[in-house]
Design a protein around this ligand. Structure first.
Ligand SMILES: *Cc1c(COP(=O)(O)O)cnc(C)c1O
Length: 409
């Protein structure tokens, strides 16, 4: 069978250096890095001219349909460090039962059932390449599950800290995939503090969102893939459920890199950051015209993946949203679950709550005129709906009594 790890030829990476997204501070690649000295995320920079010369759209088109087809855009140096659980390209399908030019990119098809697999596949592959043997992270569930899976594959010890109301499926999945999982009476930022404070005592590498440079590079493949699937013509709008913002920042970076090698033009989709009304720091900062977001007090929403009261990459999210002519929008939980139920009942597609939030946001934006129904819009369903609690159902039926078929219709 064909796998990347069987390819002995060593392709060069095109990484030139890492650069702080805020201050521009530069550090070498191929080394362990956390945050920059400004306390902000590093972004990986590439020799894009060299990359553009070494790869053609035709070569790319002939590769297997997975995340690693974008090998030249990624920082892993040696093929033997590529960890893979089958990171398939995910389908973009017409939103079923909806009147409008609306499409859904279904990321629930990825390993561990969420798009966190993209980021963690890359980050753990890099951790393996850089010789890390123990890692920890705070999570609302899906990132911890993906980290646990790839760490198992890499033989890296994993410690996961999640709020104690994280969906039970996630907690059990993390434990089954060999990580140690702690349920903390607090929110994700409280869990993040435990990870940060434990660095010295435990000697673990902190894999918190954007506190290391490589998760963005994995999430970037969403933008590369979307562009390729759209025939290198980007849609008018992208609705993205925004927690830490890795995916939104990653896609924005992907579009810049594709423009630099001449595969797309300067046009960009409106980037629309969707948050929950009970935790909407980016929406508030967007509306206030601020560069950074304040910590959101008493964060609450059942859309666990977007319950992120503070994001270290807030300014990068806000920049992308503003430069694209997009906006940030908050949706309350009742509307999120109504949108989930509507899409499942009418279209047969079970979205996760975060994905349902993007559908509700599209409906709201069409109503208030910020998006036209016929603008080509793509929603991100970022996890399988099966990972979340669902309402009880199933009508008891006694097979020993006469069955009243007439009452069933
Ligand atoms: C993590 C997560 C998000 C938020 O993703 P970011 O790129 O970190 O903003 C949204 N939905 C789900 C299901 C998630 O797991």
């Amino acid at each position: 069978m064909w796998t990347w790890t069987n390819i002995t030829e060593q392709r060069p990476t095109f990484v030139t250096h890492l650069e702080c997204g805020l201050s521009g501070e530069q550090v070498p690649g191929d080394q362990l890095h956390g945050l920059s000295s400004a306390g902000r995320p590093f972004l990986v920079r590439y020799d894009l001219a060299g990359l553009g010369k070494s790869l053609s759209k035709e070569t790319l088109a002939a590769r297997p349909p997975d995340m690693w087809r974008y090998r030249e855009f990624l920082p892993v140096r040696r093929n033997e460090n590529i960890l893979s659980l089958g990171e398939c390209m995910t389908p973009i399908m017409p939103a079923p039962g909806v009147d409008g030019d609306l499409w859904i990119k279904d990321e629930g098809r990825l390993p561990t059932g969420s798009f966190k697999a993209r980021g963690l596949c890359l980050a753990v592959s890099m951790a393996k390449e850089l010789g890390i043997t123990r890692m920890a992270m705070p999570t609302n569930g899906n990132a911890g599950a993906a980290m646990a899976a790839y760490c198992r594959l890499a033989g890296i010890e994993a410690f996961v800290f999640c709020p104690d109301d994280t969906p039970e499926t996630n907690v059990r999945e993390i434990a089954l995939q060999g990580a140690k999982v702690y349920c903390v009476n607090g929110l994700i930022n409280d869990c993040g503090k435990i990870v940060g404070d434990g660095k010295e005592a435990m000697g673990w590498f902190d894999l918190s969102t954007l506190k290391e440079p490589y998760r963005i590079e994995g999430k970037k493949t969403m933008g590369l893939e979307l562009a390729e699937q759209c025939g290198w013509k980007l849609p008018d709008a992208i609705f993205y459920p925004t927690g830490g913002g890795t995916g939104l920042i990653g896609m924005w970076k992907a579009f810049d890199e594709l423009e630099a090698i001449g595969w797309i033009g300067p046009e960009r989709p409106k980037m629309i950051a969707v948050q929950a009304a009970g935790c909407a720091p980016i929406v508030k900062a967007f509306e206030d015209g601020a560069e950074h977001a304040d910590l959101w007090p008493d964060a609450h929403t059942q859309a666990a993946g977007i319950r992120v009261p503070a994001a270290v990459g807030d300014f990068l999210i806000l920049r992308a949203v503003r430069q694209s002519g997009g906006f940030a929008i908050a949706i309350d939980d009742e509307t999120i679950f109504a949108a989930r139920d509507q899409m499942a009942r009418k279209g047969g597609l079970l979205l996760c709550p975060e994905g349902a939030a993007t559908y509700a946001a599209w409906q709201a934006a069409v109503r208030d005129g910020r998006i036209a129904k016929d603008d080509r819009s793509i929603l991100f369903n970022c996890a399988t709906g099966l990972k979340y609690p669902m309402p009880g159902a199933g009508i008891p039926l006694d097979r020993h009594a006469p069955i009243d078929y007439g009452a069933m219709a």
